[in-house]
Write a protein that binds this ligand. Sequence first.
Ligand SMILES: O=C(O)C1=C[C@@H](OP(=O)(O)O)[C@@H](O)[C@H](O)C1
Ligand SMILES: C=C(OP(=O)(O)O)C(=O)O
Length: 730
Amino acid sequence: MFNKLCIIGVGLIGGSVARAARENNLCTTISAYGREQELDNLQQALALKVVDSYSLDLGEAVADADCVIIATPVGAMPDIFKQLEPYWSDNVLYMDAGSTKGSVVTALSELFSGMPANFVPAHPIAGAEKSGVDASLVDLFEGKRVIFTPCVQTGDNFIQQATRFWQGLGSTVSYMQIEQHDAVLAATSHLPHIMAFALVDLLGRKDEQGDIFKYAAGGFKDFTRIASSDPTMWVDICMANKQHIIPLIEQFCSELDDVKQMLQGSQAQALHNTFTYARNARQRFLDQHNNMTQSIIFTVQPGGHLQGEVRVPGDKSISHRSIMLGSLAEGVTHVTGFLEGDDALATLRAFQAMGVQIEGPVDGKVTIHGVGLDGLQAPKEPIYLGNSGTSMRLLCGLLAGQKFDAVLTGDKSLSGRPMRRVIDPLSKMGAIIESTENGTAPLTIRGQSGALQGIHYDMPIASAQVKSCLLLAGLYAQGETSVTEPAPTRDHTERMLSGFAHPVKQKGNQVTISRLGPLKATDIEVPSDISSAAFFLVGASIAANSDLTLKHVGINPTRTGVINILQLMGANIELLNQCTVGGEPVADIRVRSATLKGIVIPEEFVALAIDEFPVLFVAAACAEGTTILTGAKELRVKESDRIQVMADGLQILGVDAQPTEDGMVIQGGKIGGGTVVSHGDHRIAMSFAMAALRASETIIIDDCANVNTSFPGFVTLTAQLGLNIGSKEA
Ligand SMILES: O=C(O)C1=C[C@@H](OP(=O)(O)O)[C@@H](O)[C@H](O)C1
Ligand SMILES: C=C(OP(=O)(O)O)C(=O)O
């Protein structure tokens, strides 16, 4: 807590910082500084009790302050810094709140001949088109991001103080390099503002008769909202960041020119492709944005049944691998049925960041221009893989054989998941991988000057991710790399390598790879994901009067444990229209309501149904008698501890579910209602949604944004089939 906070420039941002700091007890008193011409605004700030005092004398305003925030337009900052210099104190934390960072840091560095250690450059990504203290809000920063761009000279203790302060205001703190910040913001904020101002300028001048604005509707209003922003502030921002903005304006003009030519040439298809790509890209942005800033809550009313025909999204495991092998192949790979969920998209972006040209996804279609086994380029920044364990573990193997360094990062859940399972065997092959002390991400994978050495590895756990990681590293190793598994795990990597004309040798539980030559591009049709279908297999089994057909689902025998287990429990499941597509068996699956009974789940099915246990626990809760799962310790290190989190949730719903070290004991019975927490785990969220089909009360599920990682459109689809589900932002 600060004793005295001084705000220089009490406008929308400065005023909101003051309000939120007071509300959250982050300081005892607040002073403000402004210029003579801002007197009215300062008086207003005092009258509104946003600040406790103000002064037109900077020395007086900052006297005894232990935190000073400069929240003026960026163009005014160099002057403010000069005026501040005589009062500068090494113990005080100084921060700005400007939208450009290069100009701020340059001005300070010139003045002080180097950046002062106690200045933390900060940019809250929050704002509105309104200005002045009147517009300030106590919750403006709640759930918003603030970006720090610390310099090498910035002191850790000051960064920590600044972090605590902004977190106290409700923000999430991110760190960026100055250049990166200014380039990104030029694209996402500065260019859109210029476009809005320019469009209104153009139409306003044309609109002398008032016709255009008179008939302008929602689209115009949405697009031009930001043209109501403060011109002084925006002139400052544009001037300060023009080196990044000008090239973007040029690119935008050329994009408009392309559109003009499509119109001139009546190229409706080309225009359609452009618009479709943009619409999908925007949706991905919104999904990502929701994940970052909002928590989604599902509310599911009790009862209902599932009926109809449905095709669930593409297989996540196969989608990841299609991008990886397509990128390493020679030639162009066309993928259809690609999963447009965040996990698979994280893999797609990772390869784009390594120089692979990838088009799409548009309606599940992706085109990958393979660069060959040795054609990847060093990524310019750490590769962020979100929530996706498969991306991180498989990429580790693939990157271990490259000539460049790469850093892999992930969200909070992924940063807590064990990575030694891949680091240890890769190190035996000669890879150099740095992790945290706990063996977790961020991971730095060092470039290799020579090839890795092939090894034989007896996997201590049944993991397709570890196996696939080593097979991918094996593509870069001298000699043979072989892996034995304690139980069969999904074999999509092996099958797909054959499709890319690079077969592996399979003997019993051992698979062996050596570099045979280039991978050859091929076309891949991704079937629907049986792990997503699993929610409906359980949902339609437990809900009376259900009859559902799931179309074109992958039924690779290394994935069908869920069907085996449900059939043992008495489920009514039929496989229809079986065929093989691109080396993967596929079928339509018909499922009808059935009376389930509790069973002891055979351990041989555990690896074959590893992702389906959350929803199988729901099936067990609806079955007659006791269901016992053992040998499934791996569930504790997925996106959440799926044993504990499911047991907690089921208990809240009144089910007798007892977690054990490696499984669970569930007595079937009645399901009540209540609020359960998914802990950001997509499969937990979707499993509890299905439980509502048999619940007596409403089930509310917190923290569901990550459903987008594997099953975009889950709410809409399940609602169409008969589940009474709604979703809202928290
Ligand atoms: O290889 C894959 O695509 C996957 C393997 C499994 O993980 P483990 O290898 O950790 O069991 C599974 O849980 C994950 O969802 C996807
Ligand atoms: C465990 C899962 O995925 P990953 O390991 O890729 O995060 C899952 O999808 O259930």
